[in-house]
Write a protein that binds this ligand. Structure first.
Ligand SMILES: Cc1ncc(COP(=O)(O)O)c(C=O)c1O
Length: 388
């Protein structure tokens, strides 16, 4: 077996796609210690700077005092602790839906929701740049899978027209695309879902806490709450915590409790994690200046990158891609930036399409204006050595 796996690893290495883990020996923040070196962090999804917020830590500690750490069993056995239910109630109020349900991670939520709602008799339409967990959920569901080109509403409409004879038609889209940082054309997609009688599911992983008047996401920003049937999102990014939710009708949530296998057959998340998420929602609600700051920093950085001639695609969020193309070059760019004290990871296939390797810069409300200046200066210094 090991010989076979060594050969596979060599093939991955030859393509410039070999991955290794780096060791972080500090808490998350604008500065972190990676492999013993203190660097400015421009690759975390901690958009609001909450991952190390003392108030989240204290909420988790209080919950551990009451509930201990491990939940002991799945929610459906004896793991359903009061903290889980409090968080679900607060999420449904925040998302303005009848009900909400927790999952242990965003990956598990997408896989569980899609495979519960769809089967062999159904068809799922999914943007080609949707997150891998959406793709995996569709594959697991065994539904017909129509991947439409990124943002191609005309293609989507044609595909919907042609898709007759299925039991259900379901459209799934990220609301912020995780590697391009652009927003879904959600108004147009929702109109098509209505016209063609399809169910609409969104993944708000990167929009939760960042977009919308109260931070509830793109659905809130566009006022589409009554057009989207399934609203999934994560608590692991802007909320600085861990886990995920789905929000929607009472029937949807009751159905998922009874059929989403990644909810039914897994241990409940620790109550301390749920308590930290509740505190994060309170902060998202009461400190709108955090999302104003991260969006402001993102637009400043984007403008400066564009002025320097970097290709940043259609980013309009705290995720800003800097296109490189070649995987080895992207890795070299990232390594040289690291030497300069700036941590930006290189993103390569299969996270992005072949030939579209890039640096993925993410901005946080925890950054300072000086951090942005350092980041831009390092990118300028290093780009010539890499030839981007
Ligand atoms: C769009 C999207 N959906 C789902 C996930 C998975 O979420 P989690 O990290 O909580 O498993 C991610 C990120 O990892 C993501 O970017």
């Amino acid at each position: 077996m090991n010989d076979v796996l060594r050969a596979e690893l060599d093939r991955i290495r030859d393509k410039g796609l070999y991955r290794t883990l780096r060791t972080v020996s500090s808490s998350q923040g604008r500065e972190i210690v990676v492999d013993g070196k203190r660097v400015l962090n421009f690759c975390s999804n901690d958009y609001l700077g909450l991952a190390s917020d003392q108030r989240l830590i204290e909420a988790a500690e209080r919950a551990m005092g009451s509930f201990g750490f491990g939940a002991g069993a799945s929610r459906l056995v004896c793991g359903n602790q009061a903290e889980h239910e409090f968080l679900e109630q607060e999420l449904s109020v925040f998302k303005k839906t009848e009900s909400a349900l927790l999952f242990s991670s965003g990956y598990m939520a997408n896989v569980g929701i899609i495979s519960a709602l769809c089967g062999r008799e159904d068809v799922v339409f999914s943007d080609k740049l949707n997150h891998a967990s959406i793709t995996d959920g569709i594959v697991l569901s065994r539904a017909e899978h129509v991947r439409y080109p990124h943002h191609d509403i005309v293609f989507l409409e044609e595909a919907l027209k042609k898709a007759t004879g299925f039991r259900r038609r379901v459209i799934v889209t990220d609301t912020i695309f995780s590697m391009d940082g652009d927003r879904a054309l959600l108004r147009e997609i929702a109109a098509l879902a209505e016209q063609y009688d399809a169910w609409l599911m969104v993944d708000e992983a990167h929009a939760f806490g960042v977009l919308g008047p109260s931070g509830a996401g793109l659905v809130e920003e566009l006022g589409l709450g009554d057009k989207v049937h399934v609203q999934m999102g994560t608590l692991s990014k802007a909320a600085g915590s861990f886990g995920a939710y789905v929000a929607g009708s009472t029937e949807l949530i009751e159905y998922l409790k009874n059929s989403a296998r990644s909810f039914m057959f897994t241990t409940a998340m620790p109550a301390a994690v749920a308590a930290a998420s509740r505190e994060a929602i309170r902060i998202i609600h009461s400190e709108p200046e955090r999302r104003a700051r991260v969006l402001h920093y993102a637009s400043l950085l984007r403008e400066q990158l564009k002025a320097l001639g970097f290709e940043t695609l259609h980013s309009s969020t705290p995720i800003i891609p800097v296109m490189v193309g070649d995987s080895d070059k992207a890795v070299k760019f990232s390594r040289l930036l690291f030497d300069e004290g700036i941590f930006i990871s290189a993103i390569r296939p299969p996270a992005v399409p072949d030939g579209k390797s890039r640096l993925r810069i993410t901005v946080s409300a925890a950054h300072t204006g000086d951090d942005l200046v350092c980041c831009i200066a390092a990118l300028k210094r290093v780009r010539d050595q890499v030839g981007v």
